[in-house]
Ligand binder design. Structure first.
Ligand code: ADP
Length: 468
């Protein structure tokens, strides 16, 4: 808590002025200000962007990490120590840059440290792939960023890391700390930029693997670029979006279900890939259940960013807010809005909202914000609901609330989803090291966080020896 108190101090943005941390620091693009989504009048810092030219120079100077597995392990653990020692400073930066609640920031810092230690423990002597491009999103700008690069580094690769354009500063600071811990600068290079820098990265001939987390549309563009520019067999590990559903049947415990739904749909202002988007409630209980749910939404706290009780932060930027509000307003004009909460008006806050739909098939795109869609089903229709969920083509998370044991098996065997949550909230990985990821339009696997992820960043060999 002392860290949190320290972090509340007035902010001096000029302590944050990042440039590409790479071999070609002299060649840079424009400089931009990074604003606080909860209070866009506050400048969090400045960033100087890399350019496609910077990327080419960084790729040609990238060198695999030749340290022994033991040294790599020790260095990544040292980086985890440094993250912990600089907790207060990182807390303030992440809180301001990403507009997250204080509790979400603490959880994210812990997850980043977890990833470093988890992959540090999984170094071995297998050969690295070479140069890995890591392209990360803004919704977990420290945890996902650190998860990707620590797995690639643990395997001994050189890493070219591109954070999302909305959140380059926390990534910048993380890379500085990894360098301080002893990762050579030719091994880990940071290339802040937008899609053009990402596109340049995925077309460098030196790149021998790509780790990506972001939208399905961008994953498809990267997939095409990898196929066109890089060697056959270059792995693309993509974690993308979802149209995540939950089924609540008439045997579910209502209090437990309501609490799980509120957390799954509205935590992190709905900006989690795992977040619940479409709730199916059994018709017999729907009326009373939805009254309980809207009552629970009333007690969600979205106040000032420095309120420790706050359940909900801002969404990432003006564009994100406008897109989500357009969706909410359309539902309202069609008479399908069941509940809209109030939120502060000065930052990019979006009100937690409940919208009525007939089926998940009505949802044509992932709304990446605190918006929950709700449909009802009859007891005899459960297989139709499963078919509709599978027909979206996504397959990231799925939740089920029931007290019928046979139903758990029946439903979970049929639903296509990478992570399934039964009688609990559906909120991504429970700890940083838990496997998390989807199938179909939701990603390529293997799951981030689990033991298989790091193996994608190294070669397997089949040695055969004769007698000398
Ligand atoms: P979101 O819609 O959540 O912002 P994106 O998929 O656009 O997700 O962004 C995720 C990451 O992909 C970001 O770092 C972004 O800059 C990067 N990106 C965007 N377009 C491309 C592209 N054509 N090639 C490579 N990376 C890209």
């Amino acid at each position: 808590l002392q860290h949190i108190e320290d972090a509340r101090q007035p902010f001096h943005a000029n302590q944050w002025h990042g440039a590409p941390l790479c071999a070609s620091e002299g060649i840079t693009g424009d400089t931009s200000q990074v604003l606080n989504p909860s209070d866009p009048n506050e400048i969090v810092g400045q960033i100087t962007w890399a350019t496609p030219e910077t990327v080419a120079l960084a790729a040609s100077s990238a060198r695999p990490w030749l340290a022994s597995p033991q040294e790599r392990c020790a260095t990544l653990n040292r980086a985890a120590d440094l993250l912990e020692q600089n907790f207060g400073e990182l807390f303030a930066l992440l809180h301001r840059e990403a507009g997250k609640t204080m509790l979400d920031v603490v959880a994210e810092l812990r997850e980043a440290v977890d990833f470093l230690r988890y992959y540090a423990a999984r170094t071995n002597g297998a050969p690295a792939r070479g140069v890995i491009a890591c392209i990360s999103p803004w919704n977990f700008p420290l945890a996902i960023f650190t998860g990707q690069i620590s797995a690639a580094l643990a395997a001994g690769n050189a890493v070219l890391a591109k954070p999302a354009e909305q959140t380059p500063l926390i990534a910048y600071r993380a890379v500085q700390l990894l360098h301080d811990a002893g990762v050579p600068r030719s091994v880990l290079q940071l290339l802040p930029g937008a899609g053009d820098v990402g596109a340049a990265l995925t077309s460098q001939p030196q790149v021998s693997g790509v780790a990506f987390t972001g939208s399905t549309a961008t994953a498809q563009i990267i997939h095409a670029s990898v196929a066109k520019h890089l060697a056959p067999g270059t792995p693309l590990i993509a974690e993308t979006g979802g149209l995540n559903a939950m089924i609540v049947d008439s045997t579910a415990l209502p209090e437990q279900a309501v609490q799980a739904i509120v957390e799954s749909a509205f935590q992190s202002a709905g900006q989690r890939c795992s977040a619940l988007r479409c709730l199916y409630v059994q018709e017999d209980i729907a009326k009373g259940f939805l009254e309980m749910l809207t009552g629970a939404m009333d007690s969600l706290v979205a106040t000032t960013p420095w309120d420790l009780r706050s359940d909900l932060g801002a969404v990432i930027d003006q564009e994100a807010r406008a897109g989500i509000m357009e969706h909410i307003d359309a539902a309202q004009s069609e008479g399908r809005e069941l509940k809209r909460c109030t939120v502060p008006t000065n930052g990019y806050y979006v009100p937690p909202t409940l919208i009525r739909v007939n089926s998940i098939a009505d949802m044509t795109r992932e709304i990446f914000g605190p918006v929950l869609h709700v449909a009802t089903f009859k007891a005899t229709e459960i297989d139709d609901v499963i078919d509709a969920i599978n027909a979206t083509g996504y397959g990231l998370t799925f939740g089920l609330m029931t007290r019928i044991d046979d139903r758990v098996q029946h439903v979970t065997e049929r639903v296509h989803a990478g992570n399934i949550y039964v009688n609990r909230n559906q909120i991504g990985a429970i700890v940083g090291s838990q496997p998390f990821g989807g199938e179909g339009l939701s990603g390529t696997g293997p799951k981030a966080g689990g033991p298989f992820y790091v193996d994608r960043f190294r070669h397997t060999q089949a040695p055969t020896t004769g007698t000398p």
